[in-house]
Design a protein around this ligand. Structure first.
Ligand code: DAH
Length: 357
């Protein structure tokens, strides 16, 4: 009995893997195992012998079973140890570098606006930031000495002494792109023109450079109703809400007749902007039916063509949508601000992928 015990316990201790353990188990305790055969011999023993041998054999069987289990567990532990050692990871190594820059909220919002209007068939038009007096004012029905000129706080470019021509200006709005686009493409036309504009102004909601988007749609039968639908559609998509309500307020711009300023219904509860509900109205843009004189200045026959135009402030929309309190910080180039309010470079806004995610 002691020999058997010795033999199997040392075999178990030396088993290198699960398969070797199983072989030992079968050899000792399987149907034809050495110990199983001994158990069978018990039947042929005298009762006295059986009284001695029975418990001994049972004890041996138990001992081998627990040795097998212990060895099996030890082998599993060793395998785990080995795996942990092989899959070891140095968490103090530098991580994979993240993209360094972020997309400025103005760029993000501009892309959002372009995506929305592109979906409604508007192409993007551009014009220069240093603009002639004629495109910025005269062609838009703002002749010299017109009182509206004073409202713009214009930056004038330098002209040599004695040069009597009117100086160029840093464009005060994106409206001159209306003229340039109609000159280039005629009618019908449907464009938006995002870009930088300049006015001599500086406080919490004004910076000397800011951004506008101009919209222009000219065809044979375009009306204020089309304008209203387009703007509602835009606000729904931009603010990512199902319901919006716009209010058209009669106003005056030299380049449109009639003219309207457009307000958006909203609430400002707890400093949180909610669009489409509440008792507040927020002015978001100027608009109207393009003045016949403007069409004529751009070479489009006002007897055949008509349409709407609008101009809205991109920076203001960015502040509203993303809860950014001070406009001036937009252009301070403070890296902490840019990291906080910036967008991941690969989150390109699309209507199908979600504008702002
Ligand atoms: N150009 C105007 C401004 O900067 C905004 C504007 C108003 C543009 C009415 C338009 C318009 O096209 O129809 O204050």
């Amino acid at each position: 009995m002691d020999d058997l015990r010795q033999k199997y316990l040392s075999a178990i201790a030396g088993a290198a893997d699960e398969a070797a353990l199983e072989e030992i188990r079968v050899a000792a305790l399987g149907k034809k195992g050495e110990i199983s055969l001994k158990m069978r011999e018990l039947g042929r023993m005298s009762p006295e012998e059986r009284k001695v041998m029975g418990p001994k054999l049972n004890a041996l069987k138990d001992e081998i079973n627990s040795a097998l289990a212990a060895r099996r567990a030890a082998l599993a532990d060793a395998a785990l140890e080995e795996r942990l050692a092989a899959e070891w990871l140095d968490v103090t190594l530098p991580g994979r570098p993240r993209p360094q820059g972020t997309v400025h909220p103005v760029s993000q919002v501009t892309e959002e606006i372009i995506a929305i209007f592109a979906d409604m068939g508007f192409a993007v038009a551009e014009g220069p930031q240093v603009e002639s007096d004629w495109y910025n004012f005269d062609a838009l029905n703002i002749p010299p000495h017109h009182p509206a000129r004073q409202e713009f706080d214009t930056f004038y470019m330098y002209r040599a002494e004695g040069d009597e021509r009117p100086p160029h200006v840093l464009r005060t709005h994106t409206s001159p792109v209306q003229i340039r686009a109609m000159e280039a493409h005629g009618a019908p036309i449907r464009v938006i023109a995002p870009g930088r504009v300049y006015r001599s102004d500086y406080d919490q909601t004004h910076t000397p450079m800011f951004h506008q988007v101009e919209g222009l749609a000219i065809d044979r039968d375009i009306s204020m109703a089309n304008l209203k639908w387009v703007l509602e559609e835009f606000c729904r998509a931009f603010f990512e809400v199902d319901h919006v309500e716009l209010r058209f307020r009669a106003s005056h711009f030299p380049f449109t007749e009639p003219s309207a300023e457009v307000d958006l219904r909203c609430s400002w509860k707890g400093g949180q902007l909610k669009v489409g509900e509440g008792d507040d109205w927020m002015e978001i843009l100027g608009s109207g039916m393009v003045h016949p004189k403007v069409l004529k200045a751009a070479g489009v026959d006002p007897g055949q063509w008509q349409g709407f135009a609008f101009g809205l402030g991109i920076d203001r929309l960015a502040m509203l949508k993303y809860g950014i309190p001070d406009l001036r910080a937009f252009f301070d180039s403070d890296l902490r601000w840019l990291r906080h309010y910036g967008f991941a470079a690969l989150d390109v806004p699309t209507l199908h992928g979600g504008l702002s995610r």
